[in-house]
Design a protein around this ligand. Structure first.
Ligand code: CA
Length: 176
């Protein structure tokens, strides 16, 4: 994934960039809330944000709130300090974070939660959207199928069958 880490502690920031990079993520680092908002908005292709609550300019909760107010659906994993857990957790989720992690955390847990966010985002993108696989695109709302951009006529049963297969790429499905 293309990730944005927002962390003002330079040591932790560098560590996260290195460890996430080792897992083949593309990682950018922002050290303040304003920088994070700038990067996240620049059409940068960021797919998820790891957002520390304690930042020098804006709290992480405010960064999340502003992103959501602007219509962003970027998955956000909030990092909270251990001493303010309950409060920060609730405020973070209220502000639009998708998940949170309490510092200090095991890197494996961060990694697992990112995978969960990624899965959720993928599932959401399917809702009423265009399913694609190679040259095939199926628009569920307009009920159109194209192959290499050329429209293909399908019967309703064929359409449903293709829709089912595209929703489960690489899987063997029962006849039913
Ligand atoms: Ca911090």
């Amino acid at each position: 994934m293309h990730l944005l880490v927002v962390e003002d502690d330079p040591r932790l920031g560098r560590l996260l960039v290195r460890m996430l990079g080792d897992e083949r993520h593309v990682v950018e680092l922002a050290a303040s809330g304003h920088e994070a908002l700038e990067i996240a908005e620049a059409g940068s292709g960021i797919e998820a944000m790891i957002l520390d609550i304690g930042l020098p300019d804006l709290p992480g909760t405010e960064v999340a709130r502003r992103l959501r107010a602007r219509g962003s659906r970027l998955p956000i994993l909030m990092l909270t300090a251990r001493d303010a857990v309950e409060d920060d957790r609730v405020r973070g989720l209220d502000a639009g974070a998708d998940d949170y992690l309490v510092k200090p955390f095991a890197f494996q847990e961060l990694s697992a939660r990112l995978r969960a966010l990624d899965r959720r985002a993928t599932n959401q993108a399917w809702e009423g959207a265009v399913l694609r696989n190679g040259p095939i695109a199926l628009d569920e709302v307009r009920r159109l199928v194209t192959v290499d951009e050329a429209q293909v006529e399908l019967s309703p049963r064929e359409f449903s069958l293709l829709e089912c297969l595209l929703r489960h790429p690489g899987q063997v499905l029962s006849r039913d």
